[in-house]
Design a protein around this ligand. Sequence first.
Ligand SMILES: C[S@@+](CC[C@H](N)C(=O)[O-])C[C@H]1O[C@@H](n2cnc3c(N)ncnc32)[C@H](O)[C@@H]1O
Length: 510
Amino acid sequence: MSAPSSAESPSLAQSLHFWARNASNESALLQASLRLGLFDALPVEGSGEPVTVARLAETAGASARGVRSLLELLVCLGFARMDDARHFSLAPATAALLKDPAFRARLEAELPWWAPLGLLDEAVKRGEPVEHGGRPWDVLGHYRALLLDAPQASSPGAEDFFDRFARSAARTQLLISAGRLGVLELLAASPRTLPELGAATYLTTTGLRVLVEGLAKLGLAREEGGAWGLSAEARQLLEGKALAYLVRSLSVSAQYWEALGRLDETVRHERFVLDLKDPEVSRRFYADNSNQITAVFASHFQLSRRAAATLAQARPLEGASVLDIGTGSGVWGAAFARATPTTHVTYFDQAVVLEQVRRNTESLKVADRARFWPGDLFTQDFGAGAFDVIILPQVLNVLRPEDLPGIFARVARALRPDGVLLIAEYVLNERRDGPLDHLYFGLRRFMTNEGDLLSASEYGSLLSDVGLTQSVCIPLPTQEMLLAARPGVALPTQLAPADSVPRQESPRRA
Ligand SMILES: C[S@@+](CC[C@H](N)C(=O)[O-])C[C@H]1O[C@@H](n2cnc3c(N)ncnc32)[C@H](O)[C@@H]1O
């Protein structure tokens, strides 16, 4: 999905998806690019020689990988250009906007607000300015100015840029606070006046007013006869488990807030504010993540079962021995366990994560053919010739690029001669300038000291180096599946039809 703009009029469902997952990434991308001087360092298209990432990184005194993560997104969003030799320039329309000193000053005035905007919960509780860095910040007033008061119209292009630069993140944080403070849930339960909402939450009326009016501006809330509730469209969208799912995905975005606000530091010095290579940080982050992915088990299970059915078209899975590395909720391994009554699956992850996997396999009645293997995927020796299928589901993006050859070598060694490696990942297009959602995901992986996203041919070349010379990339509904094997092993070329697997099934929630 591309970032919504007023011209496209996205549906509320699309906007909600964007605000919950990518809107804060969008503001952070533009703010970091401004702080790092990238807009000034890029030659304007048509009036200067386009530059390489390495050259730009040198000019900005920053990490090449960090600069590339920003540039590929700027190209995808249309703010920058890339030619076939991967040389970059600034789009003339972007250059024209940023040449205006008054507009530039308006952007720069927003930069110090990132951290205070993250204190919205506290501002709503207190109803008055909050302290940050030794001085008070009128956080509620700033939200009002950004989201509720009429925008200072300059030009549609400038307004759109400012919207992405400042308001996108403010919308994400408003939703985070409304979810975390229980306001979304109360609005969904029944309409309430502000004093009633205040009595139910112990929050100030001043603060609540900014929250509910902000939600109304987003099309999520509305007032009728003095009582606030969800809008009809939001009520429909957030029915059943959807509200809890939204609140959980907002809590994942909340974990990135500080790191996004300091993205320029990470790009400059590779100093990771949220460092998922720190074992303690990783343990906490992924324990939460495992709960999150267990919550969306049903839809992922559809996908992984379809992937298993696809592989079974070319390679029978009866009696197969399967290894699922970085299993998370176990959703991929369990799909293979369900493919036949005789498939055995080994689930590999950090010990803290395997507890939930054990419960999920019991609930899905595949625990009798399960083995749980705790370990560190960076160093674990997976043995020699022991597995028919090895799955790396959404896990390579955890590894830094320099670690990929090592894990591919260990995995290739652990595969039987006719074994198949299945990688489920967000695979970039061959130009590496899309899809947009994938690039945002890749930015989060870079800023957390994790992996890089690759194109299908970049994967193909690394896999050939370890003897897996055949590979095929098959698009799944929300990600891609790459299958690789030694020469002569049959691989499917087409996704199995959706009706080849039963509908919606998930483990009981603990
Ligand atoms: C993004 S999750 C993917 C989960 C699952 N495969 C899925 O597709 O839903 C990445 C998984 O890798 C695991 N992981 C991260 N670092 C690890 C390490 N050093 N050793 C073992 N597992 C690790 C995490 O615990 C997490 O479950």
